[in-house]
Design a binder for this molecule. Structure first.
Ligand code: C2E
Ligand code: CA
Ligand code: CA
Ligand code: CA
Length: 278
């Protein structure tokens, strides 16, 4: 046990030491990741249940680490947030998603939107609107093909959120409320904020075939969205059974491993673009 003042650790263990070391090492690599082109966007198709057509994609970031291989966002997004690197990574993500979408549109791919996850810091970034506008202008993507995903917890300060969301909406981009139903905020914001789509969280879908309460919650969210003239999509569908119940409850859009995992751009093209070639 080692004591070294109020900023030091109370306990010194070899394990803590190696965890700390790994973190510092990861941080060093993360600082160089963008300039080394190691960040990659995967795209998960969003499917219309009526005809199984792809009606959108969600961009999900991965990091091709030079030693560790492909890393999931849970491994490095929290670190990026703690160190402020999330701003550069987030701006890159918006731009890259717009670039890819414009490329697909320009090369005969489907005219579908891309949705991009915003972290809380990015949402409150003073030049977010400018960054989004620049990404659209520089890539030539029409604003209506960009959706930004935020979570309920980002909207705790109603006045601030309203201002940001109104500015984003004025650009013509769409706003989706991610992980819907897992936050603690009041429903009243739904009528004040310009929100276009609710994404029903996977936690309500996982046990939907057995759980009457999950079924009731999902059915309620869907009819509420319809009454509020919002779009609604369910996340995390892995089985036909889950899909059937969702369809019985009038869920028209879904996203999940049952149709596809998130894929590199070229695999989306290969698997989901309607072949014009004969
Ligand atoms: P999320 O936005 O809720 O994204 C959905 C996550 O669920 C993704 O994990 C996706 O791969 C996974 N998923 C999709 N369908 C299924 C399914 O049927 N079953 C299961 N078990 N999982 C499914 P992923 O890609 O690891 O992303 C995790 C989280 O990291 C995301 O959760 C999002 O909060 C964050 N994230 C991803 N990309 C970005 C990004 O570009 N920027 C920021 N700030 N956060 C990101
Ligand atoms: Ca999301
Ligand atoms: Ca989600
Ligand atoms: Ca999430």
């Amino acid at each position: 046990v080692k004591k070294n003042g109020k900023n030091g650790y109370q306990f010194y263990t070899a394990q803590l030491d190696s965890e700390l070391y790994e973190r510092i090492e990861l941080e060093g690599y993360l600082r160089k990741a963008l300039e080394r082109n190691e960040m990659v966007l995967y795209y998960q198709p969003q499917i219309r249940t009526l005809d199984s057509r792809m009606i959108g994609v969600e961009a999900l970031i991965r990091w091709q680490h030079p030693l560790k291989g492909l890393l999931a966002p849970d491994v490095f997004i929290p670190l990026a947030e703690e160190t402020g690197m999330i701003y550069d990574i987030g701006n890159w993500t918006i731009r890259e998603a717009c670039r890819q979408m414009k490329l697909w549109h320009a090369s005969g791919g489907p005219l579908i939107p891309v949705s991009v996850n915003l972290s809380s810091q990015q949402f409150h970034q003073s030049n977010l609107v400018e960054q989004v506008q620049n990404a659209l202008t520089e890539t030539g993507l029409e604003a209506k093909y960009l959706e930004l995903e935020i979570t309920e917890s980002m909207m705790m300060d109603a006045a601030v959120s309203t201002a940001i969301l109104n500015e984003l909406s004025a650009l013509g981009v769409k706003i989706s409320l991610d992980d819907f139903g897992t936050g603690y905020s009041s429903l009243s914001y739904l009528k004040h904020f310009p929100i276009h789509k609710l994404k029903i969280d996977r936690s309500f879908v996982t046990d939907i075939t057995e759980s009457h309460s999950d079924q009731a919650i999902v059915a309620t969210i869907i009819s509420m969205a319809q009454n509020l003239k919002m779009e609604v999509i369910a996340e995390g569908i892995e089985t036909k059974g889950q899909l059937d119940i969702l369809m019985q409850n009038d869920c028209r859009e879904i996203q999940g491993y049952y149709f596809s995992r998130p894929l590199p751009a070229n695999e989306v093209e290969n698997n989901f673009f309607v072949p014009l070639r004969l």
